[in-house]
Design a protein around this ligand. Structure first.
Ligand code: DI6
Ligand code: FE
Length: 401
């Protein structure tokens, strides 16, 4: 049995009520990749006291960050679209003209699995370099059977290529492909839903997502996707109220979704529905920033209703070309008014919830040994800086890597 005792850390366990500060002079005992005991160094039980020790020098220890919303697998880039938006074109205009998501669909359809892997790895490595140990990866740039399956297989491969846990999400209802232009229901019947069944049969799907928006799918269409997910026993989540209020949040709550994501145009009533359903609000400030949106999500309403808030990168080539979870924390604070403690909860305990995971996101006995040690002493230092990475050590399942 592999055992270790980390001592002299400042532990932000995220296992205590809001606002509880780090445990000073804390210790964590790990055995076989799991946390077996957490507390103050002075209280280490005799049974762990002689385990190999590592002194953390008073550094901050947190649960390792979790990126609960990414579109990490895709081919090509959208720098040209960036230039067009700088000249005044809107994201929706570009999408309606066949650019945007559909531009990435062309590139992704043309890419082999090896090419997709090769292009995704540097993005994954950037997240790992900031301590991320678990992330979600969506399909949705194939919009045909073969490419959607290839994206999901690539996502699974990422988890074999690197010391990281990948959760896959089927996002066939991301956009209506050109060959089905104006016939979104036919696309769902003929491509999206059969592909979901095939992907599930191949063990490639951990959850099902959709893009509920004027430029994508209606609530009635998303409900059809969610019904099939329910039949297959798969949890759902939704891109909702990003650019307008269409009722996606209420729909997500009705289906007891793991999360509703973006939510710039969500209302107080939506916040109450999320709270009642136990659905996590995943805030994506990278997309808000990139698209230069002006309406921020209703954070005060989420707080008042008791909605758990997570933060993620939304890493994608169009609306959020961001591969930094620390930057997501910084933007969550600066653009959306989260406190640094909320930002930390957003990428740990609440991000785990948004993925339906109970075995990570906190420092507590029984959980995976997914920990990060920082050259910092307070959680605020993680969200404070821009473009600086204070990671000192990353433990994935108890192993340093
Ligand atoms: N919302 C997003 O932020 C991404 N997808 C979505 O439904 C953007 C995808 C892209 O622009 O490529
Ligand atoms: Fe997204």
């Amino acid at each position: 049995m592999e055992r270790q005792l980390l001592t002299n850390g400042r532990l932000a366990t995220l296992d205590a009520p809001d606002g509880a500060g780090p445990v000073e002079a804390g210790a964590v005992a790990l055995a076989d990749g799991r946390i077996v005991w957490v507390g103050t160094a002075a209280a280490v039980p005799a049974e762990h006291a002689d385990w190999p020790r590592q002194d953390l020098g008073g550094r901050l220890v947190t649960p390792a960050p979790i990126d609960c919303h990414t579109h990490l697998v895709f081919a090509g880039n959208r720098a040209q679209e960036f230039e067009r938006r700088l000249q005044g074109a809107s994201y929706a205009e570009i999408a309606r003209a066949g650019g945007g998501i559909l531009a990435t669909v062309s590139g992704t359809r043309a890419a082999s699995e090896d090419a997709l892997l090769e292009q995704a790895l540097p993005r994954l490595d950037a997240l790992i370099a900031e301590g991320v140990t678990t992330l979600e990866v969506k399909s949705g740039y194939g919009l045909d059977r073969e490419t959607e399956l290839r994206m999901l297989r690539t996502a699974r491969r990422l988890g074999r290529e690197r010391p990281v846990r990948i959760l896959t999400t089927f996002l066939g209802a991301h956009a209506c492909p050109p060959d089905y232009r104006g016939r979104p229901d036919a696309y769902l019947d003929e491509i999206c839903l059969p592909t979901l069944r095939d992907a599930h049969a191949e063990g490639l799907v951990d959850a099902v997502d959709g893009f509920c928006e004027g430029i994508a799918f209606s609530t009635a269409q998303i409900a059809r996707v969610f019904d099939v997910a329910g039949e297959l026993g798969l949890p759902v989540k939704l891109h909702a109220e990003q650019l307008s209020h269409l009722g996606g949040t209420a729909l997500a709550a009705r289906y007891r979704a793991l999360s509703a994501d973006h939510l710039e145009y969500a209302t107080e009533e939506d916040a109450r529905a999320l709270a009642a359903a136990g659905t996590v609000a995943v805030l994506l400030p990278g997309a808000f920033y990139t698209l230069r949106e002006t309406q921020a999500p209703p954070v005060a309403a989420f707080r008042a209703a008791g909605v758990a808030m997570a933060l993620a990168t939304d890493c994608n080539p169009g609306s959020s070309p961001m591969t930094s979870i620390l930057m997501a924390m910084n933007m969550g604070c600066t653009l959306f008014g989260l406190t640094p403690d909320e930002a930390l909860r957003g990428v740990t305990v609440n991000a785990a919830r948004a993925l339906g995971l109970a075995d990570c996101g906190r420092i507590a006995a029984g959980l995976r040994g997914d920990l990060t040690v920082w050259d910092a002493t307070t959680p605020a230092e993680l969200a404070w800086r821009i473009g600086f990475n204070p990671l000192h050590r990353r433990l994935f399942g108890g192993s340093e890597c």
